[in-house]
Ligand binder design. Structure first.
Ligand code: C2E
Ligand code: MG
Ligand code: MG
Length: 715
């Protein structure tokens, strides 16, 4: 995908440290979980190992005593008096001695304690259901009751069931106390440390350590130790998990959680702040300061995104440039603030017309950029006309005008017959086309819509080409002066000529004035051209004069743009003088339209030119807005009748009447006449009859290069 500078800029704005924070956040979360798992594992191992080691040591101690010989009464009594229940089996597993109840289950396994690197054979205690050894030889804690003191003599288990403790060795006393507490007889009593009955825990002992024992979790398991003659001493070890261990563990746990929570919160806040900051920055980046709406950058990025989307390829889009013609004037008459308020209203009005997938933005001062969908051109045109009507209504008493240029981007098919993708489209290029189309309306003061087409594209390209080459062409003398002779229709004598420009471009070939003069008039280069022509004609005349030719006046066209300069007459005089050419051999052709720009300036210039001895003529009389009135004020020498008189509908009888009257009018104002564009013998005869002084037309000669013209002159 082609990435343009706007997208790069946008990416820069969007770029921030969110991702850094999110990555840090993720890493910390993973670290936290890992730490918790590690801590839990460590704790479990610590408890199991340390507590097992104690139990194991006791079993080993008793087994050593047992090895000395159970037959010995002293040894037997030591074993019998120990706290631990045990079983002695022979190598085939048959119990040969036991103390206490044998509550071993069938589940057994070997356990390796990493610290000691000793292998234990462990058997589950069926009665307590408190230790479980799975097939993978991993130990798992499974406590079914965890007691907690909740006050003097009162306990709670993990389910929240509470009970009380009666410390006594007397069974009758116990029963009485139970009756007092419960208001009923207890149906169960026992002799081990803690008992549970009907939600009541009771302790049938007066041992001082009882409380400590109850305050822990007992995990009984049978540990087997090999003794003499293949016998196994299997002691029932109770591993007590002290509450202090649990609390220590919980404290470490809590510290880790708090620490991590602080770090995660900081990171989280950072991410949120970054997102808010970023959102604000992005919206500022896309904010149009004048209308508080979307700006040009937003249009470019989002418009292009819309166009490039695959799923939009089937839709027809139109890029439009809408201009509020009256903005400058409105802001001038009111205030810039009022002008901007009006732009905001226009923005809002257009915005209301925007449908899904369509985009609009305030592009520059009085320009709005639109991206619209359309079904067919006519409907689009109608929609735009309606939009213009709505916008014009904003003006109230003001006569608001809007012009729209449109460039169509229809959905197209590729060679395979599938909808062509627009993935490399540049909306800026299309907007530029829309602007070019719109600029063709800029000469008019009316609202209007103009669609961009290939002709416009060609014109645009040509305009750029001319603009690019005009100065070098001037310097390299690529502009040539062609001469079109003017003849006296009665004597067929050469009596004048008009100098007409041609561009002989090494790159673009022979270019006629129709293709360059209007462009030069627009870009101001015409003044250079006029100077160039005047000095070249003056030089040519001087050369011919020196060569002994019978020179006739040659007319040079001076563009209306020139009349803005009030020393025009002096400029012309100096140029002609520089060439050493007599003034009467140079005729200046003015166009009537210049008269409407500044009547007084034109009259002033004509007078000066005449004073300096130049011949002055009015070109293209009868075309456009001819005003007979203008004739009386201008001290002209020659009236050039426009070629239009001799063409199409104007020709014929009625045309002849007009021409003959125009000639008469010129004569009565002391002006000579030149008929332009005369191609036929009949016209020549008619004009001769009417007293027309000169004829410039293809009948006599086309505009020709200097050398050809020289041949037509006589010495
Ligand atoms: P224009 O000054 O009215 O020049 C007369 C135009 O009519 C010339 O066109 C000429 O070739 C053409 N013409 C003359 N007789 C006939 C005829 O019998 N039939 C037809 N069909 N055409 C005829 P060209 O040379 O193409 O010039 C066009 C216009 O360009 C000129 O109209 C003039 O306004 C402008 N122009 C030409 N050269 C210059 C220049 O050096 N400076 C300025 N400012 N404008 C120039
Ligand atoms: Mg002319
Ligand atoms: Mg003319």
């Amino acid at each position: 995908m082609a990435k343009n500078k706007n997208q790069k800029l946008y990416r820069k704005v969007k770029k921030n440290n969110i991702w850094g924070s999110i990555i840090a956040f993720t890493i910390f979360t993973v670290l936290f979980v890992a730490m918790m798992v590690f801590l839990s594992g460590f704790f479990l191992q610590y408890i199991l190992e340390s507590k097992f080691v104690n139990g194991y040591d006791e079993v080993v101690r008793l087994s050593k005593i047992y090895e000395r010989g159970i037959e010995n009464d002293d040894i037997k009594s030591i074993l019998e008096e120990s706290d631990m229940d045990f079983v002695v089996t022979d190598d085939s597993g048959i119990v040969i001695y036991k103390k206490g109840e044998d509550t071993r289950s069938t589940k057994e396994a070997d356990v390796i304690l990493s610290e000691e690197n000793v292998k234990y054979h462990v058997v589950e205690d069926a009665e307590s259901d408190m230790i479980y050894i799975d097939n993978n030889n991993n130990l798992k804690l499974r406590a079914n009751k965890v007691f907690k003191w909740i006050g003097e003599n009162y306990l709670s288990d993990e389910n929240g069931d509470t009970g009380f403790v009666i410390s006594t060795t007397d069974e009758d006393e116990l029963k009485d106390e139970l009756k007092d507490e419960l208001g009923q007889e207890s149906d169960e009593t026992g002799s081990s440390t803690v008992h549970y009955s009907n939600g009541v825990y009771f302790q049938y002992s007066n041992n001082a350590d009882t409380k400590d024992k109850i305050d822990s979790m007992g995990i009984p398991a049978w540990i087997s130790v090999d003794t003499k003659d293949g016998e196994h001493f299997i002691g029932k070890a109770v591993f007590n998990l002290n509450m202090r261990d649990v609390i220590l563990f919980l404290e470490i746990y809590a510290a880790v959680i708090i620490l991590v929570a602080i770090i995660v919160t900081i990171l989280f806040v950072n991410v949120i702040v970054s997102i808010v900051h970023q959102t604000r920055l992005t919206s500022l980046f896309f904010l149009d300061a004048t209308t508080q709406g979307r700006n040009w950058m937003w249009y470019l990025i989002n418009g292009e995104k819309t166009l490039r989307k695959r799923r939009n390829a089937k839709e027809n889009f139109a890029v439009a440039n809408l201009v509020f013609k009256n903005y400058r004037n409105y802001a001038l008459c009111h205030s810039v603030k009022d002008g901007e308020e009006m732009l905001t209203k226009i923005y809002m009005t257009i915005q209301r017309e925007i449908q899904s997938k369509e985009k609009m933005a305030h592009a520059t001062t009085s320009n709005f950029a639109l991206l619209l969908k359309y079904e067919d051109e006519d409907k689009l045109k109608m929609r735009l006309h309606e939009l213009i009507t709505k916008l014009e209504a904003l003006g109230g008493d003001h006569d608001f005008k809007f012009q729209i240029g449109v460039d169509l981007i229809p959905s197209t098919k590729n060679e395979k017959g599938k909808t062509a993708s627009r993935k490399n489209i540049s909306i800026e290029q299309h907007y530029n086309n829309a602007c070019s189309a719109r600029s063709t309306l800029s000469g008019s003061d009316e609202s209007g819509i103009k669609f961009f087409d290939n002709k416009l594209l060609e014109d645009q390209k040509w305009l750029d080409t001319v603009q690019e080459h005009q100065w070098s062409a001037l310097k390299n003398e690529e502009f040539k002066v062609y001469y079109q002779p003017k003849y006296n229709p009665r004597t067929d004598e050469l009596s004048g000529a008009e100098a007409l420009i041609r561009w002989e471009s090494p790159e673009y070939g022979f270019v006629t004035p129709g293709r360059i003069i209007p462009l030069f008039e627009k870009n101001g280069f015409i003044t250079e051209i006029d100077h160039y022509m005047i000095s070249h004609v003056a030089r040519d005349q001087k050369v011919w004069l020196d060569q002994g030719y019978k020179c006739v006046p040659v007319s040079v066209n001076v563009s209306r743009a020139h009349f803005a300069e009030n020393d025009l007459a002096e400029q012309i005089r100096d140029m002609v003088d520089d060439a050493g050419c007599p003034h009467n051999l140079i005729e200046i052709e003015l166009t009537e339209s210049a008269f409407f720009d500044d009547k007084n300036a034109m009259i002033e210039t004509i007078k000066k030119l005449k004073n300096y001895g130049f011949v002055v003529s009015m070109d293209d009389f009868g075309s456009g807005y001819s005003s007979l009135n203008s004739l009386k004020d201008m001290p002209l020498d020659i009236l050039k009748l426009d070629a239009e008189f001799f063409r199409g509908e104007n020709a014929g009888e009625r045309g002849e009447v007009v021409v003959s009257e125009a000639i008469k009018l010129a004569k009565s104002l002391n002006m000579r006449t030149v008929a332009e564009g005369v191609e036929e013998k009949g016209q020549v005869d008619f004009l001769a009859e009417q007293g027309c002084d000169m004829i410039q037309g293809y009948y006599y000669a086309k505009p020709m290069p200097k050398d050809d013209y020289t041949e037509r002159m006589t010495k």
